[in-house]
Design a protein around this ligand. Structure first.
Ligand code: NAI
Length: 449
């Protein structure tokens, strides 16, 4: 594969004197870009300033044969940073909004200064640099912007109300800006990195930090900022060599007959707030209107237990896959049908639903009921009034049945979810049945698919 080069491109990286920004700067310098190394050079809490952080990185780039210039302004004054790019190199192609500080403190003890400074560096800084770069990118019909968000913003972290807010807002800017830039070949994405740096060295152990090398963040940033990459408006979580894209999800929802009351909402709370068998992946703010103004269709489908996905089918969960669980339940069924499980009935005296999913939090693809209470025991597809309901990912279910993953461990790690009578649930274990080995599949030949 030919290497992704950035020859002739001008890249501005904020906060490039340390940590992630420094890694990006060195990388772009080696791959042919002209680099503006911005860094205020202050402390991780945002106090002080120094030119040495940016200068050292510029020296390192130049020593390796690259082209770079330093800028020491705070990102709040984005226009000055972009001006450095324009004055020195004549244009700006790529902007990596990376500068960051932390001011962790509980909300109760937070001072206005902690809130304001985090806002200024992360959100205002990202805005100010993007705003200054925007006219140039529009004019040349080319631009790549990477905004640095954080898992703290996506999920919320105790003691980081200021930072979580600014970081999620940064992704809001990405989402809206990506739409404005689309026609002008300006693509905007967010990353939520996890890497060893002075920001994380006080909160993570040395052992953990050693596998979170900052240079593992570089490949995604490089690809997203390359002219061949057409990705825009996305957010990625990454670290330790792992990269994944995130998206919003909407549950099936519930349409009330209007007018309706708070009591109605209470009564239908499971439908309103739960994530059941159907999942929507909204892509635009206007998609909800497709539901709002198609009530009849929605209610009809709701009644029939069917729903329509509001977004392209490639985003929908596959429902016609062949599950590994299918083969295993067939094996268990054959065992019970032959009457070989009748000793289990007095011992277990329970009915169990099994919901098989394909990924954590995903919809149920297929369910089975195992009756170890009546007759000689039976297994069928569907759901019933049961003593306990197990919910598991198909692959993990197979691993438990093969004895490769202990059921206890699966439960403790949240891989296997159990609802209902926990005591009864512990009486069920796949080891009550023949193991899913080729020999057993052959022996209980009905189990063959
Ligand atoms: P770092 O502290 O090593 O580097 C940040 C750099 O930004 C520093 O060199 C600092 O001087 C500079 N800076 C701070 N305020 C500035 C300002 N007003 N103007 C210009 N430069 C300024 O931190 P790290 O870890 O490399 O962080 C980079 C970005 O990644 C930050 O936005 C951070 O919030 C984000 N991030 C980092 C994570 C991690 O695990 N390291 C996790 C999630 C997000």
């Amino acid at each position: 594969m030919s290497s992704l080069r950035f020859d002739g491109k001008v890249v501005v990286i904020t906060g490039a004197g340390n940590g992630l920004g420094k890694e990006y700067a060195l990388f772009y310098g080696k791959r042919g870009a002209k680099v503006v190394v911005n860094d205020l050079g202050g402390s991780m809490k945002g106090t002080g300033a120094s030119s040495s952080a940016a200068d050292k990185v510029v020296e390192e780039i130049k020593a390796a044969g690259g082209i770079a210039v330093a800028n020491y302004d705070s990102v709040e004054f984005g226009e000055r940073i972009i001006e450095t790019a324009i004055k020195t190199f004549g244009k700006i192609d790529i902007l990596i909004n990376n500068a960051g500080i932390l001011r962790d403190v509980s909300f109760e003890k937070m001072k206005d200064e902690d809130w304001d400074l985090i806002y200024k560096v992360h959100l205002k800084g990202t805005y100010a640099c993007s705003k200054a770069a925007w006219p140039y990118m529009r004019e040349q019909k080319y631009g790549r912007i990477i905004n640095t968000s954080s898992a703290s913003g996506l999920y919320g972290v105790f003691g980081q109300t200021n930072y979580s807010t600014a970081k999620l807002a940064t992704h809001g800017l990405t989402l809206a800006l990506s739409r404005e830039g689309l026609k002008r070949n300006i693509f905007v994405n967010s990353i939520c990195p996890v890497a060893a740096s002075r920001l994380t060295e006080t909160v993570m152990s040395k052992e953990v930090l050693s596998s979170l090398k900052p240079d593992y963040i570089v490949p995604l940033v490089a690809w997203l900022s390359h002219e061949d990459c057409k990705e825009t408006g996305s957010v990625f979580e990454l670290g330790a060599g792992y990269i994944s894209k995130l998206r919003w999800q909407r549950n099936q929802g519930y349409f009330f007959d209007t007018p309706f009351t708070p009591e109605d909402v209470k009564e239908k709370w499971d439908e309103v707030s739960g994530f059941g068998s159907v999942v929507y992946h909204p892509q635009t703010s206007s998609e909800i209107f497709e539901i709002f103004f198609n009530k009849e269709e929605f209610v009809k489908q709701q009644k029939e237990g069917k729903t329509k996905s509001t977004s392209p089918s490639q985003n929908a969960q596959p429902t016609n896959v062949t599950l590994k669980a299918e083969k295993i339940f067939n094996l268990m069924r054959a065992f019970l049908d032959r009457g070989e499980g009748k000793d289990l009935i007095p011992k277990v005296q329970g009915v169990f639903n099994f919901e098989i999913i394909l990924q954590k939090g995903g919809p149920v693809i297929k369910s089975w009921v195992i009756d170890l209470k009546n007759g000689q025991g039976s297994i069928k597809e569907g759901k019933e009034q049961a003593d306990a309901t197990f919910n598991m990912i198909d692959d993990e279910f197979e691993r438990v049945c093969q004895g490769k993953l202990q059921a206890n461990e699966a439960f403790l790690k949240g891989i296997m979810k159990i609802k209902g009578n926990m005591k009864k649930a512990t009486l069920f274990t796949p080891s009550l049945f023949p193991a899913p080995t080729p020999e057993n599949f052959a022996k209980y030949s009905q189990a063959k698919l």
